[in-house]
Ligand binder design. Structure first.
Ligand SMILES: [Ca+2]
Ligand SMILES: [Ca+2]
Ligand SMILES: [Ca+2]
Ligand SMILES: [Ca+2]
Length: 458
């Protein structure tokens, strides 16, 4: 072989070698691209599956809201309280919608380890717009600064209450805003007010479930910071509302008789005669002062010497106010101990006596029983702040998709005053976190059915 042919063969092999290397590279790049593609398709598939799950949870929330409205419409007359009886709990726990589920969570304020289910009565709470500074101060965790500032925030004037704040304060903030000088429209609006903070509002219960979760009892190991004392130190979130308002009519929707209005004396006498013999009716009328100015109907009760049975029949028909609506009255039939303790003059033993009467005697429809539990002075002192009726209910709606991949949580408030329940508030609570047992999510993610055992775990 000549040197020339050697060179030719060499060149040919070199060309083949180059082609091989280029081919290997092309294959490598293609393989890489295929991997990237496959991965991005997989990611896209996961994203779209999660998106579908999220839409599913959203639809469940809409269904839950319709369900609650239907239940409220149905129980409008028959049920007066929504405190968590056992039947109530079943009607709001793990209800299946399609493949997914929803719960209506109700903080169990007596037990740090247990959930309750059902609607929450907004009239069983202290109304931030009508409570006096003194009443606000008695809320768990309330500070003097915040109580005074709430008064200034909602009152029309610009005079600073001691410890409070008006425009001078808010306009000097790094992002200035005006003092509202009008009622609060939501509970969380309080976070705009001087002295307020999430720590005061929610306390250690940062996922708003009324249960002491691990991260709420591990000190600073994980957020939130807590005192690790094995007890759930709550804020006042569960005890306050801005929604409670009722028509100043009786339960049938008829105008009430104003016992302070001399022109309604004949109405009062007829109402009495429907209930007792004429002689007794006249006796009661005779006890009334000629120029009456009763602070509230409990004062009327004591002055005219009604029996508590008579008062129970009459209480709902009477008023001492000309107003068409009454705002912020506390329903003594549903209020928690913490809320009862905010009422003027009530002490620990009074609140306990009221609660134990309710426990013994079941759901009450009137407020007349107050006079069997409290002495005259105490009953009259709270008489202007209490009611036996509820017209607004809130729901903490927790929705989970059927595959456990997405959940949504909403706070809703419904007003039943007009007969057909109307939604007056709807806000996502999803960012507060999954509030129920994590085993529920894990079970659905594994594609297993939810058993009663899993559902009843705390
Ligand atoms: Ca003001
Ligand atoms: Ca909690
Ligand atoms: Ca913690
Ligand atoms: Ca604690």
């Amino acid at each position: 072989m000549t040197a020339r042919t050697h060179r030719q063969v060499d060149r040919r092999y070199r060309t083949h070698g180059t082609i091989l290397i280029v081919t290997i590279w092309v294959v490598l790049v293609l393989a890489g691209l295929a991997l990237v593609f496959a991965r991005s398709i997989r990611v896209a598939a996961i994203v779209s599956r999660n998106h579908v799950a999220s839409l599913e949870a959203e639809c469940i929330a809409a269904g839950a809201s319709a369900y609650i409205r239907a239940r409220l419409a149905q129980t409008d007359e028959e049920e007066t309280t929504s405190s968590s009886s056992s039947t109530d709990a079943d009607e709001y726990r793990a209800l299946q919608v399609g493949e997914g589920y929803f719960w209506v969570l109700h903080s169990n304020l007596e037990d740090d380890d247990d959930y309750d289910y059902g609607l929450t009565d907004e009239a069983g709470k202290i109304n931030l717009n009508s409570a006096s500074e003194e009443m606000l101060l008695k809320l768990p965790g309330m500070t003097a600064e915040l109580a005074a500032s709430i008064i200034d925030w909602r009152d029309e004037d610009s005079e600073v209450t001691t410890g409070g704040a008006e425009n001078e304060y808010y306009l000097l903030q790094s992002e200035p805003y005006n003092c509202k000088n009008a009622p609060l429209q939501t509970v969380v609006e309080i976070l705009l007010i001087k002295g307020a903070s999430e720590e005061l509002l929610y306390g250690e219960d940062t996922n708003l479930n009324g249960v002491l979760d691990d991260h709420e009892n591990d000190g600073d190991l994980s957020a939130p910071s807590d005192d690790r004392d094995g007890r759930l130190d709550t804020g006042f979130y569960d005890y306050v509302t801005v929604y409670s308002v009722e028509a100043n009519t009786d339960s049938q929707g008829n105008a009430r008789i104003n016992v302070n209005d001399s022109s309604s004396r004949s109405d009062l006498q007829s109402a009495l005669q429907e209930m007792v013999k004429e002689e007794r009716a006249l006796e009661i009328m005779g006890m009334m002062s000629t120029n009456p100015s009763y602070d509230n109907i409990l004062e009327f009760y004591f002055q005219v010497g009604l029996t508590s049975e008579e008062f129970a029949q009459l209480a709902d028909k009477l008023t001492t106010s000309d107003e068409e609506t009454l705002s912020g009255l506390v329903n003594v039939n549903t209020a928690s101990k913490e809320v009862l303790l905010c009422l003027p003059g009530l002490e620990e033993n009074d609140a306990e006596a009221l609660l134990s009467y309710r426990e013994r005697n079941g759901a009450q429809t009137s407020l007349a029983w107050i006079v069997d539990v409290l002495d005259q002075d105490k009953a009259i002192a709270i008489g202007s702040y209490i009611t036996a009726r509820s017209s607004q209910y809130s729901a903490d709606i927790v929705c989970l998709s059927g595959n456990g991949r997405a959940y949504k949580r909403y706070k809703a408030v419904f007003d039943v005053q007009s007969g057909s329940p109307r939604m007056v508030y709807w806000k996502s609570l999803t960012s507060f976190g999954w509030p129920l047992n994590r085993q529920i999510v894990a079970t659905l993610r594994e594609g297993k059915p939810l058993t009663e055992m899993i559902l009843s775990m705390n």
